[in-house]
Design a protein around this ligand. Structure first.
Ligand code: ADP
Ligand code: XUL
Length: 543
């Protein structure tokens, strides 16, 4: 029975989800994960990131991702979860925006690999730059300003590419590399995203980039899904020569490379399908193939996203319009202080996740008007370049109230900063590592005034990639399979997992959201102190 494999190269781990599809028989046959910090300790990452003296700089190791891929393919070949002979296609999902700089000989190196030797040891000359800036990097404010000025302003760039310039986006990152190391830039043959880099390793030839991930670069014309000449020009010289092609998400890159066939016995006919970004893959993995619903992913980053038939750009400049793997579009906002911020509060008060949930359950919704801004790290939404947690009406030592405050802050910020999407949210599909925590999801339901559903497969990005592999394989066989048929039986919420909003709390949070907006304005834009609003909230919602 046909098997399709989805791999997710995320910030902290590499995950594999394999599915079996045979008519109505649809099931997940394998789910495996390797964590970078624990399983590949020799690279010295912390939460998947290399140590740095500058808190705004975040880089990781492309060699570590390659070794993880090698280990995962070995594991899947050896543990017998599914017969390799039934594997038809592999697609993948990568953390977005990160860039990998390969030498001009890269393709030659990948075609000459010796299957008798370990993979990663043969990659010494593959890289023109040893590390890769990733989405957590906030160090390119100057480059963002320069690009914006040169192209004619924020509105011009946003309308052209779907987003104003953002520090983590690949264009500003490439410009910074060109400015800091022009020789290194000159010696670069090809610049890949994490997604297209991983597909390149699998196929042994340069992979294309799909519109879902290319839209996170400030370099693609969103309306036409091709490189935007004016954006390339203001970013770095001769950049077009160094970028892969942009091609549809269901593009077949080629058969799996000879190294994987000879070393682990993967069959000749396995198709390597274009990889995409983790959020575009998650869109498929939670079944958002039509407008109206949104998903919230609580992973290393927290993201809120929805399907869009036409590109709609955030007039306030905070959010993004990306390509979707269906050929349509998606809206997205991203928060850097997601899981790691929840973990900081959890660790500060010596709790495990059960203790964290118990603290949420034992504290009063609304926290008596006390709020915090969870900016442990520089934040993306809203832009905060000087990190630091701000508290209003909240004592730092109170464990239960701080646990509640971090979760309420994250959910309120999502609700406030997603208003531009214009979606009347009634249902939320929850995914990512923290979506297993039902106390967190209750706060989500109450603040968004929406029903929240969980999914059987927690890693929606890897599942979405597996479904994309299935879709692309059918397309390659001349079967124009509709997306409803692709996701059926897999990307459906668990009906019994429904968490309903509580009307009293919905009303309370509407008031608290005013306090939070005032707090944000005070912290970032010199607005009035929210103390009087906190007093008014307490008077209206005593106890
Ligand atoms: P990634 O972005 O790397 O794919 P995941 O979606 O796998 O991340 O999420 C991993 C995160 O999930 C961990 O960093 C951890 O903070 C969080 N997590 C795991 N279990 C729980 C739980 N019970 N409650 C809240 N958060 C959790
Ligand atoms: C999205 C973003 C993150 C990364 C890592 O714009 O920066 O969600 O994709 O998951």
């Amino acid at each position: 029975m046909p098997i399709y494999l989805g791999l997710d190269s995320s910030t902290q781990s590499l995950t594999a989800v394999a599915i079996e599809v045979d008519g109505d028989r649809r099931q997940v046959v394998a789910e495996r994960s390797l964590r970078f910090d624990e399983d590949l300790p020799r690279y010295g990452t912390r939460n998947g990131v290399l140590p740095s003296d500058d808190p705004l700089v975040a880089r990781s190791s492309p060699r570590m991702w390659a070794e993880a891929l090698d280990r995962m393919l070995a594991l899947l070949a050896e543990d017998g979860a599914f017969p390799l002979s039934e594997l038809r296609a592999i697609a993948g999902s990568g953390q977005q925006h990160g860039s990998v700089y390969l030498s001009p000989e890269a393709e030659e190196i990948l075609t000459r690999l010796d299957p008798a030797q370990p993979f990663v040891e043969q990659l010494a000359d593959l890289y023109a730059r040893q590390n890769a800036p990733i989405w957590m990097d906030s160090s390119t404010t100057q480059q963002c300003e320069d690009i914006t000025r040169a192209i004619g302003g924020e509105g011009v760039l946003a309308n052209l590419t779907g987003s104003r310039a953002f520090e983590r986006f690949t264009g500003p990152q490439i410009r910074k590399y060109y400015e800091e190391d022009p020789d290194g830039y000159d010696a670069t043959g090809r610049i890949h995203l994490v997604s297209s880099y991983m597909a390149t390793l699998l196929a042994g030839r340069h992979a294309s980039i799909d519109p879902g991930d290319a839209s996170g670069m400030n370099l693609m014309e969103l309306a036409h899904k091709r490189w935007a000449a004016s954006a390339l020009q203001v970013t770095a010289p001769n950049l077009g020569d160094r970028l892969p092609e942009i091609r549809e998400s269901w593009t077949e890159i080629g058969p799996i490379g000879p190294y994987w066939r000879s070393r682990y016995g993967y069959p000749d006919g396995v198709r390597v399908i274009s990889w995409s970004g983790d959020n575009p893959c998650s869109l498929i993995g939670v079944g958002l193939i039509e407008s109206g619903r949104i998903a919230i992913s609580l992973g290393t980053s927290d993201t809120l996203f929805g399907f869009m038939p036409l590109p709609r750009v955030d007039p306030m400049g905070g959010g993004h319009a990306f390509g979707a793997p269906t050929g349509d579009y998606m809206s997205l906002i991203c928060f850097k202080n997601g899981s790691l911020a929840r973990e900081r509060i959890r660790e500060r008060h010596g709790l495990d996740w059960d203790g964290f949930s118990a603290a949420l359950a034992s504290s009063a919704p609304g926290n008596g008007g006390g709020i915090l801004m969870p900016w442990f790290e520089a934040e993306i939404t809203p832009t905060v370049l000087e990190p630091g947690v701000r508290r209003y009406g909240l004592d730092e030592g109170d464990a239960a109230r701080n646990v509640r405050a971090v979760v309420e802050a994250q959910m309120m910020s999502m609700a406030i900063h997603s208003r531009w999407m214009g979606v009347d949210v009634t249902t939320i599909h929850a995914t990512g590592g923290a979506a297993r925590n039902r106390e967190i999801l209750q706060v989500m339901a109450d603040i968004h005034d929406a029903e929240v559903y969980q999914f059987e497969v927690g890693n929606s990005a890897a599942l979405g990639a597996a479904l994309r592999a299935f879709h692309a394989d059918r397309m390659a066989e001349g079967d124009e399979i509709p997306w409803t048929e692709v996701v059926r039986g897999f990307a459906e919420p668990v009906i019994d997992s429904r968490i309903a909003p509580d009307p009293d709390r919905v009303a309370l949070y509407r008031d608290l959201m005013e306090v939070y907006e005032a707090g944000e304005a005070h912290a970032l834009r010199g607005g009035d102190d929210p103390a009087p609003l906190i007093e008014a909230f307490r008077a209206k919602h005593p106890g």
